[in-house]
Design a protein around this ligand. Structure first.
Ligand code: PLP
Length: 387
């Protein structure tokens, strides 16, 4: 079967040497990053401090808008940060936990860093309620909805669960939250770039994620979407001179906030990472998330079918509509198997209560999917012989 997305393979040098099945952790580096970073160094070397005015100051806005295009966010509504944890902190700093509405509702399948951050807000008055999973794959939507009540302030929730790739019912969660006056921070780290995200259609309050996984943008850049009507009113207390109405006036005393996206930023921006992420974002825009999703459903279905043939435990939804880009397979000795796969140039990772995570992306061939599972088969055979 011809696969038009494979024409992008040549853009990713690591695909020549490895079976790259780990885009849920670190997307493959586009060849264009060499030029982007070289040009960054040239600009610094030749333009010196003038680079700020000529390019660097507005770079964060440009990258924010490029990310916004991918999630149907209006221009100017996406600010950039270093990581998702910081994005959560910026949002938290817009709210006050001393009143009656001070409850944070999240699930135990959120990414741990997000939990650690919210748990640490208890001394400031946040009441944190963790809604628990039974099966390690999902938290029933009704259970989450029941926990969201009139005293709920914020619901930080993953769009796609990192352990299982379960797609949460974001629409239902946002609707319930809004009905009772709460806000949702949708963590789209494991969706944007592989599962369509439309922040405007969802009417979500905040969305955040990073670019280093499915967006092939490398470490160091995260994004924060703030719904425009909130964006012009909220006042983040985690702030700094980039958020000032007149940064270059260097006024003393309290901040006078500028408009989004700078309003949600704080100190000097991370220019090298912003430069490095652009080639990946460009490719993802060209390929199109709908095309990526289509292919991902096919290849993840194939992974499940092959794992089933061996009777291995699947910790990922079987329903393609509820499944993101990863298949977590808990075969016997899964942690050791994942190490052996790495040694054989099949790049995957292993997570407790998930197993080995296989994440084909638009640049992977169907043969690579089959080869990854064949490699597991061989490893298990060798281990049985050795024991
Ligand atoms: C859903 C999700 N949220 C957040 C993170 C990471 O958070 P941070 O950007 O703060 O390191 C990850 C993985 O790295 C993730 O899978």
């Amino acid at each position: 079967m011809s696969d038009p997305l494979l024409r992008y393979r040549a853009e990713f040098p690591i695909l020549e040497r490895t079976n790259y099945m780990i885009s849920n952790s670190l997307g493959a580096m586009p060849r264009g990053v060499y030029d982007a970073l070289h040009s960054y160094a040239d600009t610094w070397a030749t333009r010196g401090v003038r680079a700020w005015e000529e390019r660097w100051w507005m770079l964060s806005v440009e990258v924010g808008n490029e990310l916004g295009t991918l999630m149907n966010a209006p221009a100017g509504s996406v600010s950039v940060h270093q990581n998702v944890t910081t994005c959560q902190a910026v949002v938290a700093s817009c709210f006050d936990f001393s009143g009656k509405r001070n409850k944070i509702v999240y699930s135990d399948l959120n990414f741990p860093s997000v939990m650690y951050f919210w748990e640490a807000q208890r001394p400031y008055g946040a009441r944190v309620q963790m809604v628990k999973t039974d099966d390690g794959i999902h938290v029933p939507t009704d259970r989450l909805l029941d926990a969201i009540d009139e005293q709920t302030l914020i619901v930080p929730v993953s769009h796609v669960i990192f352990r299982s790739a379960y797609i949460n019912d974001a629409r239902a969660i946002i609707e319930k939250a809004h009905r009772v006056g709460a806000h949702v921070i949708l963590d789209t780290f494991q969706s944007l770039g592989t599962v369509p995200v439309d922040v405007t259609a969802l009417n979500v309050d905040f969305a955040c994620g990073g670019v280093l996984k499915w967006l092939c943008g490398g470490p160091g850049v995260a994004y924060l979407y703030v719904r425009p009507d909130l964006g012009t009113n909220l006042e983040p207390k985690l702030t700094g001179w980039f958020a000032h109405k007149d940064s270059m006036a260097f006024e003393t005393g309290p901040i006078r906030y500028t408009d989004p996206p700078f309003r949600f930023m704080n100190g000097t921006t991370h220019i090298p990472s912003l430069e490095a992420c652009r080639p990946g974002l460009k490719i993802i825009r060209e390929v199109g998330v709908d095309n990526i999703r289509e292919k991902s459903k096919r290849q993840t279905a194939r992974l499940i079918q092959l794992a089933d043939q061996h009777g291995w435990r699947i910790n990922t939804p079987r329903d393609p509509e509820r499944r993101g880009g990863t298949v977590s397979i808990d075969m016997p000795d899964s942690q050791q198997v994942s190490r052996n796969l790495l040694a054989r140039e099949v790049l995957v990772d292993w997570r407790p209560r998930a197993g080995v995570r296989f994440s084909p992306h638009f640049y992977n061939t169907d043969q690579e999917v089959d080869a990854a599972i064949a490699a597991v088969e061989e490893i298990l055979k060798e281990r049985r012989v050795a024991v």
